[in-house]
Design a protein around this ligand. Structure first.
Ligand SMILES: Cc1cc2nc3c(=O)[nH]c(=O)nc-3n(C[C@H](O)[C@H](O)[C@H](O)COP(=O)(O)O)c2cc1C
Length: 376
């Protein structure tokens, strides 16, 4: 979140400046300027009184960097891979649905920007464009499809095969969404996301948008699924899968027992159960429980390149970006998302170089210390 004394206060920018944003703060400021209030609230808001939403940011500020000087390291290496997918920077974009509300090309623009910058997309089931349309828009993009455990076994397995046929490289199963969190900004805005953003994966029959299968499946509770059932069904696809929305070591181990090939530590950006801990604070517990058996991804609260360095130092292999990418999309479509990645790259390079820490692959918790100024 930017504060009131930030660059955003000096917006609007001149038209020509949109081609090259100077900072991520500037991108966020432009996005806030262009999005209508109810859509901005939908993007930025969290559940309940937004305790977890705020804690997700505060958690990063609880850490200081402990730099070493004259370490002799050259330019840090940022490239890595995740489930066999090569990445130019240790970043994937999060599945955020209703993406067409932020920009007409939505996740198609995100996937194209990602392909150009060596970032992988996690394409949402609840997205404005179908898995197939996003694949066609960016055939060279690294793509992971996100789904919810919902509907009948037949429906679910049908979706797995559909994802395979559309050429996706992995599947991300969101496990922290048995029911939608109560997002009070949306409730008070009378914001009807159902109506305003039907999913491209479940096209309306043309007569009544509210009667799509997706809404019947999704907006009813999807509770009732367990790891055993999910694991059995995921065995029916050869694609690797990620359990998204794990916050404890116990759940990470349960996901692995069900056959997950990676876990994503996430509290859904504070949009589900308000009052759960900041995702960053749960990361070390999950990393320790997983003990190197599978890669650990992290999301919730990242707004800067230095945040990524903190998450990696605490044991994440890669990070996933939600709102930051949506801001880029709203600010300037495909170009805006590319600039988010470019600015993150520049910030990561500067942070790692000043930290004297070498490459992302060798980051250790010892580059961090508790921020004593915040200790009570
Ligand atoms: C507007 C919006 C829509 C989202 N839709 C989905 C979704 O359909 N499925 C899902 O698994 N997560 C969804 N998320 C959660 C993100 O995937 C991700 O976990 C979260 O945004 C990370 O936090 P951050 O925004 O602070 O980076 C959504 C997030 C936002 C902001």
């Amino acid at each position: 979140m930017i504060n009131s004394t930030s660059t955003a206060a000096r917006l609007p920018l001149r038209e020509e400046d949109l081609d090259s944003f100077a900072t991520l703060t500037e991108i966020i400021g432009v996005a806030r300027g262009v999005l209508p209030t109810d859509i901005l609230d939908f993007l930025e808001g969290g559940a309940g009184e937004e305790r977890t939403l705020r804690d997700n940011r505060t958690a990063f500020r609880n850490w200081n960097f402990v730099p070493r000087v004259m370490t002799g390291y050259g330019k840090p290496e940022l490239a890595t891979s995740f489930l066999g997918i090569p990445l130019a920077i240790p970043v994937l974009t999060a599945p955020f649905g209703a993406d067409g509300l932020f920009h007409p090309r939505g996740q198609c623009a995100v996937a194209r920007a990602n392909a150009a910058e060596g970032v992988a997309s996690i394409v949402p089931e609840a997205g404005t464009y179908s898995f197939e349309v996003v694949a066609e828009a960016a055939p060279d993009a690294a793509r992971i499809a996100q789904i919810h455990p919902m509907g009948s076994a037949e429906h679910f397995v049908g979706m797995l095969h559909r994802i395979e046929n559309a050429g996706y490289q992995a599947i991300c199963v969101t496990v922290d969404f048995p029911i939608a969190g109560r997002r009070e900004r949306d409730l008070m805005n009378r914001f009807d996301r159902n109506f305003r953003a039907a999913s491209g994966n479940y096209p309306a029959d043309g007569s009544a948008a509210s009667e799509t299968i997706f809404k019947q499946l999704f907006y009813r509770s999807t509770a009732g699924w367990g790891w055993g059932q999910l694991g059995e069904l995921m065995d029916k696809t050869p694609l690797p899968w990620i359990a998204k929305g794990v916050l404890t070591g116990a759940d990470a181990c349960a996901a692995l027992e069900a056959g997950a090939d990676a876990v994503l530590v996430s509290n859904h950006g504070g949009r589900q159960l308000d009052g759960v801990p900041a995702a960053l604070n749960q990361l070390p517990e999950v990393v320790s429980a997983v003990a190197g058996r599978v890669p650990v991804a992290f999301d919730s609260g990242i707004r800067r390149g230095s945040d990524i360095v903190i998450a990696l130092a605490l044991g994440a292999d890669v990070v996933v970006l939600g709102r930051l990418v949506a801001y880029g999309l709203a600010a300037d479509g495909e170009s805006g998302v590319r600039q988010v990645h470019q600015l993150l790259r520049a910030e990561m390079l500067t942070t790692l170089t000043l930290l004297g820490a070498g490459d992302v692959a060798v980051l250790e918790p010892s580059v961090l210390s508790i921020n004593a100024c915040r200790r009570h």
